[in-house]
Design a binder for this molecule. Structure first.
Ligand code: UDP
Length: 370
């Protein structure tokens, strides 16, 4: 056989695996159906700005090993994510912190804010869904103004049908701190994610515009082991049923002004605005200092969330009970596939952050590559 590993998908999981295999002296072939590498991390330069073509990605981690690993391929800037929420023209700080509480209730001290939340907590039992979890964490006002509309647009489902864990991604803190992530390390790779993944794939053979599922038989005897990072249900021709995903469509605009919204991320948390958020890409890279001001234009993306259907790009797995159960059945099938392993957000049907993908790929590589 020509290769030790056939890696299907040139996204983050595939790139880490390919890098690890190559480093250990194995021959890997990476294929991807898109014309570009880096999966949904792909960034494209427009008007001097690295535009996150498949949605904003902000790297953050508490994992020393992951940070040590990824910084071999890029230098990260000091970007700190501090999105703001626009609720019917009112601006609130995110994540939920003392600035948010002050704006909502005029509370000054943590004690006052805690009291206010306490008085709005109608849910005391173990939360069964995202709605109950939110009210338990931050009370009714925040749930109604900053969570409900956004979440229902993003997921196309009522908050009472969604799993509680999704809202636990957001910190709630009683300090004046708008940093969205509780992570020791955070930033955006200087020069863009594409460049970072290019570096990871240095010395690895990559074939783009190559659809594995449509040409499976051509790849049957090409490698000893296959690493598949596409949707697990698609691999099995959806024979047990369709796993649900959310897809995102972006409306990109190049504007003849240097500053559109003064921040990289503005979430529109009401129900009526059709998009969930507007990303102004230049602020990921240039901060709000002098360097960004030299660019006369700006690029913005409005994000619209839809239910995925065959042919769309899958972005978010819908990890509710029904889908997780179906995934478990696919996983059993996957375990029976000879010399084939499944990884990444789509291969494992998991709402992974980038750092968890890297950690998992490193651990899997350790186990699989001999
Ligand atoms: N969320 C919200 N209001 C916001 C931002 C997020 O209610 O202004 C909820 C929403 O349910 C979302 C979840 O928090 O799906 C996780 O948000 P995160 O920013 O982690 O989503 P991602 O960046 O992965 O799209």
């Amino acid at each position: 056989m020509k290769y030790d590993f056939l890696i299907v998908g040139a996204g983050l999981y595939g790139a880490v695996f390919a890098e690890q295999a190559t480093k250990r002296g194995k021959k890997a072939l990476v294929i991807d159906k898109r014309p570009t590498i880096a999966g949904n991390l792909y960034t494209e330069k427009i008007e001097g700005i690295n535009v996150h073509k498949y949605g904003a990605h902000i790297f953050h981690t508490n994992n020393e090993k992951v940070w040590h690993y990824i910084t071999k391929f890029a230098t990260f800037n000091r970007y700190t994510n501090s999105p703001i929420a626009n609720y019917k023209g009112e601006i609130y700080s995110l994540p939920f912190n003392m600035y948010t509480f002050y704006k909502l209730w005029n509370t000054i001290t943590p004690e006052e804010a805690k009291k206010k939340i306490e008085s709005q907590k109608t849910i005391l039992k173990e939360p069964k869904n995202l709605e109950e979890q939110s009210i338990k964490l931050v009370g009714k006002d925040i749930y109604e103004k900053l969570i409900k509309g956004y979440t229902e647009k993003q997921w196309g489902r009522s908050c009472s049908e969604l799993p509680a864990f999704i809202i636990k991604r957001l910190p709630v803190r009683f300090t004046y701190d708008n940093n969205y992530f509780d992570s020791k390390y955070q930033g955006i790779p200087i020069g863009g994610y594409t460049k970072m993944v290019e570096k990871m794939l240095e010395g690895v053979e990559v074939r783009l515009n190559t659809d594995y599922l449509k040409n499976k038989k051509d790849y049957k005897n090409i490698a000893k082991t296959t690493i598949y990072t596409g949707p697990i249900d698609a691999y099995f021709d959806q024979e047990l049923g369709i796993l649900e995903y959310r897809t995102v469509r972006f409306e990109n605009e190049i504007l003849d002004i240097d500053n559109f919204q003064g921040n990289a991320v503005v979430n529109y948390t009401d129900k009526e605005t059709p998009y969930t958020r507007i990303i102004e890409h230049k602020w990921f890279e240039f901060g709000k200092d002098e360097s960004g001001k030299d660019l006369p234009k700006t690029v913005i993306s409005k994000e619209y969330s839809f239910e995925w259907k065959n042919g769309d790009e899958p972005y978010y797995p819908v990890n509710d009970k029904k889908n997780n159960e179906l995934y478990e059945r696919y996983k059993k099938l996957a375990e029976k596939e000879k010399n084939t392993f499944f990884g990444g957000r789509l291969g494992e049907y998991k709402y992974y952050d980038m750092d968890s993908v890297i950690e998992k790929a490193l651990t899997d590589a350790e186990k699989i590559i001999r």
